[in-house]
Design a protein around this ligand. Structure first.
Ligand code: ZN
Length: 239
């Protein structure tokens, strides 16, 4: 396979923390073939080995600072000091700039989450990182870890919605409300899920993306169907 045909390419980046310049792998968009998208937007690809999901966080090999395109350029002096003490000074060089396995990608996401916490990134940025960890654990069929990160993502999306923290991101308020409903539904918290899906439907005039209204209605309907079949099971096994 010639270099130009390889699904991965080297992207030139500069560490916003220590200014070290380096190259890191990204997936060429023409090689990403989605075959299915789950109701929480987790996309399955024809070639999972070269999924773009694996290459979202960029890890500076020199200092350990880990970031994504969603991180802001701002950093307070206090955050800078925290990152210096807790990440850069303790970092033993590790190379995340080559091809990644799912486990390496998970480690890169966890480094990005830790960096985002110390940097005090917006709740919506942290929520997006937690959600992507959820997807990776789903692909690895580790339901307990998947549920643990779903709870973390849920908490952060709620904070992002309450703090109206959505400006300058690619997530609009309705999509966030829908995701809060959907994560509740996946965690079995049906009453909460219905509350959020009904909010999405009520606010439908705000939808720039009408598909989200249909998705909320479908998920709401799904809960009603699940409740009907579980009460049917109870009444047939209850006597
Ligand atoms: Zn660095």
């Amino acid at each position: 396979m010639s270099e130009s045909m390889h699904p991965l390419y080297d992207k030139h980046v500069q560490c916003p923390f220590c200014t070290h310049s380096f190259q890191t792998k990204k997936v060429r968009s023409r090689f990403t073939r989605p075959i299915h998208t789950d109701t929480d937007f987790c996309t399955m690809y024809k070639d999972e080995q070269n999924s773009p999901l694996l290459y979202v966080p960029i890890v500076c090999q020199q200092c350990g600072y880990t970031f994504t395109d969603q991180f802001s350029n701002l950093m307070s002096d206090q955050s800078r000091e925290e990152i210096s003490n807790r990440i850069a000074k303790r970092w033993t060089p590790q190379n995340y700039c080559k091809e990644r396995t799912e486990v390496e990608a998970l480690n890169a996401y966890k480094l990005a989450i830790y960096t985002a916490q110390l940097k005090k990134e917006k709740a919506i940025v942290l929520a997006g990182l937690y959600l992507r960890v959820v997807w990776l654990y789903r692909k690895r069929k580790e339901p307990q870890e998947e549920a643990r990160f779903m709870r973390l993502a849920l908490k952060m999306y709620k904070r992002a919605y309450e703090e109206d923290d959505l400006t300058y991101t690619d997530m609009n308020a309705l999509r966030v409300l829908y995701l809060i409903g959907e994560l509740n539904r996946r965690l079995g918290l049906n009453e909460e899920a219905i509350r959020y899906f009904s909010l999405v439907v009520q606010k439908k005039q705000l939808a720039s993306d009408p598909k989200i209204i249909t998705m909320a209605r479908d998920a709401w309907f799904q809960i009603r169907e699940d409740q009907k079949s579980s009460s049917l099971n109870l009444s047939t096994t209850g006597n």
